[in-house]
Design a protein around this ligand. Structure first.
Ligand SMILES: Cc1cc2nc3c(=O)[nH]c(=O)nc-3n(C[C@H](O)[C@H](O)[C@H](O)COP(=O)(O)OP(=O)(O)OC[C@H]3O[C@@H](n4cnc5c(N)ncnc54)[C@H](O)[C@@H]3O)c2cc1C
Length: 417
């Protein structure tokens, strides 16, 4: 390939979800495109999505599913390429969508199908992709010039789409290089932090709670302020808390921790049962039902066995204490603990275990209609590198598809006028 001489219309840096979509969109507009990727194969992160099944979009596209300094930034982007356009796009590429409660997956049940159809389309459109090609520097003179670490020029292009991802799951190739490029061209960066990530606690009780999976409601408190709540399957590990409801709240905890604020998670282990009803249930189990010898016996069938000792201890009781000796005040305290179990959060499991990045390139310096930089003509951004992150449920990929499509289309059009 004559990468040294040829000036491409568009270079796409990063062949993840957003980069592959951007390259396809640009090529479909007739632009000459080159896709540059540091890994040996494009789309490595896609393979890990949705536990290997790839939850690639979601029926519900409420604005509250997207986060960042200005979540409404997604709206003009979605107006050009939304969830329906995504479903149609993938159907045309051969993916039969399958939905469970509005969460869309390929019917094959394999994330690799999504990666493969994108690769097939790139091939069909004759888009060259340069793999094993980690870019170390980008310069702009008349055009953008991309350099490898050894100083070799990889390619030249009139427009550049930065689709390098954020910092999440660095083993898949995204190490924050896109932030460096944005900064180089004068862009403001919103402090980044791991999101959709397990939270850590240094409370000793977690050693005894590891392995528990239970339905719960989690409420996040930052510096004494109630920030948000989420419900679902909570997982307790020897290091802290995990599972979907924790992931959904994690970006707030993560950013607060980076600002050295106090973070606390409050767990309600029986969210479906009101405070009054729970007290009544405990009263009956402990005092009226003569069969339960200990408090632990009385909690059996109500709460995961491994929780009994910790919850009793927190309430100032013992799981092996005689049930019949409990008084009303102790029962009320036990009910209160079950509904409001407090966990101090001291950290996150970090980018290695995060599914996405909160923060990134500030949206007020990007044109939402085109994803072009407002500071540097010809420079575009797509995907996770931008200060938009979605909740769990197909939203991060939807953002990658939509922003990739818009960036690709406009980078190609700018080229041809
Ligand atoms: C385990 C896991 C599960 C997930 N599950 C889901 C899910 O089910 N649904 C959902 O919506 N989202 C999910 N996500 C999030 C989603 O995968 C990402 O938000 C999305 O893939 C981001 O796409 P992107 O193209 O912006 O970045 P990336 O996919 O990170 O792609 C960036 C690419 O740029 C390349 N690159 C970076 N720097 C350079 C450089 N200097 N030179 C050359 N190449 C470079 C990287 O190698 C990489 O291939 C999951 C994430 C993880 C980690």
């Amino acid at each position: 390939m004559k990468e040294h001489q040829e000036v491409f219309q568009t270079a796409v840096l990063g062949a993840g979800a957003s980069g592959m979509m951007a390259a396809i969109a640009a090529a479909r507009c007739g632009a000459s495109v080159v896709l540059v990727e540091g890994n040996t194969k494009p789309g490595k992160k896609i393979l890990a999505t949705g536990n290997g099944k790839c939850n690639f979009t979601n029926e519900d596209q409420g604005l509250s599913c997207y986060r960042g300094e200005n979540p409404a930034f997604v709206l003009p982007v979605f107006q050009q390429f939304d969830k329906d356009a995504t479903l149609q796009f993938f159907q045309e590429l051969g993916i039969l969508p399958w939905s469970r409660e509005g969460y869309y997956y390929p019917f094959s049940g394999q994330a690799s199908s999504v990666q493969e159809v994108l690769l097939m389309e790139l091939k069909y459109l004759s888009v060259p992709f340069l793999t094993d090609c980690r870019i170390a520097e980008v310069k702009k003179d008349k055009e953008f010039v991309l350099y490898r670490e050894d100083g070799e020029i990889v390619c030249r292009a009139k427009t550049l789409i930065v689709a390098t991802g954020g910092k999440a799951a660095p083993a898949t190739g995204s190490d924050g290089f896109g932030f460096q490029i944005a900064k180089q061209f004068g862009h403001r960066l919103i402090t980044d932090a791991p999101a959709l990530v397990p939270l850590l606690s240094d409370q000793k009780s977690f050693r005894d709670l590891a392995g528990i999976r239970t339905r719960a409601k989690i409420t996040l408190w930052i510096d004494g302020k109630n920030i948000a709540s989420d419900s679902g399957e909570l997982q307790l590990t020897n290091q802290g808390i995990s599972g979907i409801p924790v992931f959904q709240l994690s970006r707030f905890a993560s950013l607060a921790l980076s600002r050295h604020e106090r973070v606390m998670a409050e767990i309600d282990f029986l969210p479906e049962v009101s405070e009054k009803k729970l007290q009544q249930m405990l009263y009956e189990r402990l005092l009226l039902d003569g069969k339960n010898e200990t408090i632990g016996d009385a909690l059996t069938g109500l709460l995961h066995r491994k929780l009994h000792a910790t919850l009793c201890k927190t309430a100032g009781l013992g799981a092996t204490d005689r049930a019949s000796l409990c008084n009303k005040k102790q029962i009320a305290r036990l009910a209160e603990t079950i509904h409001h179990f407090k966990v101090s959060i001291c950290g996150t499991k970090g980018y290695e275990f995060a599914q996405t990045t909160a923060g990134g390139v500030a949206t007020d310096e990007i044109e939402a209609l085109s994803m072009e930089s407002r500071l540097c003509p010809g420079l575009y951004f797509a995907g996770e590198v931008v200060d938009i992150d979605g909740i769990c449920g197909g939203y991060n990929l939807q953002w990658a598809w939509s922003s990739g499509f818009v960036a690709g289309t406009h980078a190609a059009i700018e080229e041809t006028v």
